[in-house]
Design a protein around this ligand. Structure first.
Ligand SMILES: CC(=O)SCCNC(=O)CCNC(=O)[C@H](O)C(C)(C)COP(=O)(O)OP(=O)(O)OC[C@H]1O[C@@H](n2cnc3c(N)ncnc32)[C@H](O)[C@@H]1OP(=O)(O)O
Ligand SMILES: O=CC(=O)O
Ligand SMILES: [Mg+2]
Length: 571
């Protein structure tokens, strides 16, 4: 017999009236619209939600302003301006200052593995032999309520050291090794809302939920077990301007004051993965100078951002996606300048992700893929990067070997590879038009990959293997915006000698044919059960939209928002 009074809000939040609680016990102004689960309620405690709500209330106007500034910058680029260095912050670029010393716990970051916050993968990644595991709420995660909340349960158990997983089908039990990678957490970008948590009548900011819940539950244990007195550690994605880094810095200081830990405990690496941000690297480090452990070349989102920034510049169209690699002048310049900047400021310059993953059923193809990864890593370490990313545990030995053999027994190259030659890189170097050709196969591949990725994302998988490559939200964005760009400007596919122009009719035919190919490849059964048709509709709409949407995942998000009770209205 239930011996307490409760009342239901319009959703499923149940608030305590006298004694006993079912549903989430929320503070004033907070409404949880996601499914109730007793495990989730240990994450969504009243105190944790109060912490998140306080962050939201303190920073929401700053975030809104920063997003407004993004829109204004977009308008300027769309009217013909180019991004560039800001004359107003020359004093920061030219000033002699350094970031706080690199913490001993993360001095050596030669190889970092990344992956979604899925339970088995968290254990595998921590055990993988990599120095760092970046647990991802961003590019690699489809941010459904279930994925997010389970992710927090998994991270809490990982930090506590108690995480286990029983694979019933293989009767295999997973648990942590004695030696594990250091945990970094990547919250979502500023642009993504968390529609299952309303604060004062508005969806919460996704990254404040990710940061807030993780910090609240783990800062104390993390500092004891992993951080050698510091931490927790974060990766910060998709920023476009140093004002956004300032918000993060203020969030960190707010969290440190709340926890009673010293300023500079929290450390973060910022991904430079938007074109505007490459002109703000010093400024971003400066804002975060007490909390920084470097920058990272988020190469996939960077390519996506190049297209997005130049959406109104038909003279800067991309060649086939496969041709836009690190050998392109604008990409090499970005990586070189990032190394120079980080080392001048005393922090890590992290490399990026090679998309190849192991190919199980073909030895020769597997060796060829590994060789491409080795080459990419060799270029990075010789250029001066202090570490790199691996998408799969099977790549770690090769990446580790390349970095170890080329770093002269040092944990990093911060003081040995200053790259003064890169200080002369100009705006023209950073913006130089990519070279290459456009082909029908490029258009087909973008379409095939984009649809399959979205179908996976809508069913809960944010990173997937497709055609022996890792695909995630960033790589899928390239496929989308490249198709959009080619359609918008009716480009000629000059690479196959056919001289065909991309138009709606051609694209419609390609979509139809690629859908038929996907059905053949995945099989009728899986095709019928999956979300391929919905994904196709969404991808086609995105590629043919008169105005380019800022993010594919924003449009797709409504498909994975699941309110309880089921049927209540969505965003
Ligand atoms: C652009 C960017 O932002 S890059 C960063 C974001 N993207 C990512 O993090 C992608 C990370 N990688 C992945 O998600 C996966 O490697 C995929 C989806 C590409 C391929 O995954 P799978 O098809 O499961 O690979 P595969 O079957 O070869 O896995 C073999 C084993 O390695 C594990 N594994 C694969 N990738 C990872 C990983 N990144 N972390 C931990 N474990 C992993 C699998 O769990 C599996 O474990 P098991 O043998 O115990 O069952
Ligand atoms: O987040 C990494 C990227 O390449 O994008
Ligand atoms: Mg990215």
């Amino acid at each position: 017999m239930v011996s307490f009074e409760t009342f239901l809000t319009p959703t499923n939040t149940v608030q305590k009236k006298s004694s006993g609680i079912i549903g989430y016990d929320v503070p004033e102004g907070v409404d949880i619209r996601g499914r109730y689960d007793p495990e989730f309620s240990k994450i969504l405690t009243r105190d944790a939600l109060t912490f998140v709500a306080d962050l939201q209330r303190e920073f929401r106007n700053h975030i809104k302003y920063a997003m407004e500034c993004r829109r204004e910058a977009k308008m300027r680029y769309n009217n013909g301006s180019l991004p560039g260095f800001d004359p107003a912050t020359k004093y920061i670029r030219e000033g002699e200052w350094v970031c706080a010393p690199v913490p001993h716990a993360v001095a050596d970051r030669r190889v970092e593995i990344t992956g979604p916050v899925e339970r088995k993968m968290v254990i595998n990644a921590l055990n993988s032999g990599a120095k760092v595991f970046m647990a991802d709420f961003e590019d690699a995660l489809s941010p459904s309520w279930e994925n997010l909340m389970r992710g927090h349960v998994n991270l809490r158990d990982a930090v506590n050291g108690t995480i286990t997983f029983h694979d019933q089908a293989r009767n295999k039990v997973y648990k942590l090794n004695d030696e594990i990678a250091k945990l970094f957490v990547r919250p979502r970008g500023w642009h993504l809302p968390e529609a299952h948590i309303f604060i004062d009548g508005e969806p919460a900011t996704g990254c404040l939920v990710d940061f807030g819940l993780y910090f609240f539950h783990n800062y104390a244990n993390f500092r004891k077990t992993q951080g050698q007195g510091l931490g927790p550690f974060f990766y910060l994605p998709k920023m476009e301007h140093s004002r956004e880094a300032r918000i993060w810095n203020n969030v960190f200081e707010r969290a440190e004051r709340w926890a009673g830990i010293e300023k500079g405990s929290i450390r973060a690496t910022v991904l430079i993965e938007t074109l505007p941000a490459v002109f703000q690297m010093n400024e971003i480090l400066y804002e975060l100078r007490d909390h920084s452990v470097g920058l990272n070349c988020g190469r996939w989102d960077y390519i996506f951002s190049y297209v997005k920034t130049f959406q109104a510049h038909p003279d800067r169209l991309l060649p086939d996606r496969v041709q836009v690699g690190m050998a392109q002048h604008f990409m090499r310049s970005y990586s070189d300048l990032l190394i120079h900047t980080c080392h001048k400021r005393g922090v890590h310059a992290m490399g990026g992700m090679a998309a190849q993953i192991p190919i199980r059923d073909d030895r020769a193809a597997n060796e060829a893929a590994l060789e491409l990864v080795r080459k990419d890593k060799l270029r990075e370490v010789k250029a001066g990067h202090d570490g790199t990313w691996a998408a799969h545990p099977g790549l770690i030995p090769a990446c580790m070997e390349v970095f170890t053999n080329n770093m002269a027994n040092a944990p990093n190259q911060i003081h040995s590879m200053k790259r003064p030659d890169a200080s002369v890189l100009t705006e023209e170097d950073l913006l130089q038009r990519p070279r290459g050709v456009r082909t029908m196969e490029g258009l087909r591949l973008n379409t095939r990959v984009g649809i399959q990725y979205l179908a996976a994302w809508m069913t809960g998988a944010g990173s997937v293997p497709l055609y022996n490559l890792m695909e995630d939200a960033a790589t899928a964005e390239i496929s989308r915006v490249q198709n959009w760009q080619w359609l918008k400007y009716g480009v000629e596919l000059d690479g196959d000698g056919l001289g065909v122009k991309v138009n709606l009719e051609l694209f419609g035919r390609v979509v139809e044919e690629e859908m038929a190919r996907i059905e053949r490849e995945v099989g009728k059964e899986k095709f019928k059960k999956g979300m391929y048709k919905e994904a196709c509709k969404l991808f086609t709409r995105q590629c043919t939209a008169p105005v380019l949407d800022d993010f594919l995942t924003l449009d797709a998000y409504n498909n994975i928002v699941m309110y309880h009770p089921i049927g209540s209205s969505r965003l």
